[in-house]
Design a protein around this ligand. Sequence first.
Ligand SMILES: C[S@@+](CC[C@H](N)C(=O)[O-])C[C@H]1O[C@@H](n2cnc3c(N)ncnc32)[C@H](O)[C@@H]1O
Length: 266
Amino acid sequence: MATDTSIDSARLLREQYKDGSNLSARIRLHQRFSTNRYGQMRWMFDRIQLPDNARVLEVGCGTGLLWRGRPQVPGGWRVILTDMSDGMLRETRASLTQLGHSFSYMQADAQAIPFRDESFDAVIANHMLYHVPDIPRALGEVRRVLKPSGVCYAATMGLANMKEMDELAARFFSIPRMTESTARFGLESGEAYMRGAFSEVKLERYPDSLVITEAAPLMDYICSMRVRTRVSDEQIAALRTHVENEIAKHGEIRMTKDSGLFIARR
Ligand SMILES: C[S@@+](CC[C@H](N)C(=O)[O-])C[C@H]1O[C@@H](n2cnc3c(N)ncnc32)[C@H](O)[C@@H]1O
């Protein structure tokens, strides 16, 4: 039975991802200030090793970042992008049309994937499993729709990821963390879930960090997060002043990044 807390978090999740605006604010910070200029999505795309003709499913595709700026998607790949948010999918479809590759789109919950058993060569679940209420069920669904030779790619963050944000949260918002995502399905906690569903699991980390030289994109990032619903305008204003002062004094704010990709086989 759904509890008040689970209803509340489902509502906040729907609100957070009703369209691509919140996610895009966070992507912008990473795109502008990440020190590893190769790009995490390009690095992930390199790891998707499939034959020229393959069926690929992405669950929780968000704004379709993995596929943007990727003219090399093989023409023989049939790629189906799914997300639980219809608003997100609408924006993604509009932005990917320029790419020239023919993607398919479908609204779907990763916990009940609307496709036949053993019908995909790859299933991608990037930075989304920590949002899913029943993670073993979602991974069971991913396994079910994968062909016996199929591969699951699941990206997430480690506990150290942007730990400096949690120090700011503790100091200015009197809460221990800005996000609980990595505790639910992170590089540390995710492995046991992956091993519960797959017989072979490999983890690759992407080395990176942030050197942020402008206050506004960092504040946009923070205000795009769910934590914004729990803090006052005064708390945000105090944090903004602190961030502006730090950047004026030191020229930058540095943050740790810790993210990686599970690559799993049935
Ligand atoms: C942090 S975003 C990541 C988007 C994209 N994969 C990326 O890496 O940029 C999480 C996405 O998962 C979607 N999502 C959350 N729970 C979901 C579920 N149970 N089934 C399908 N999509 C879900 C959200 O709507 C959102 O678009």
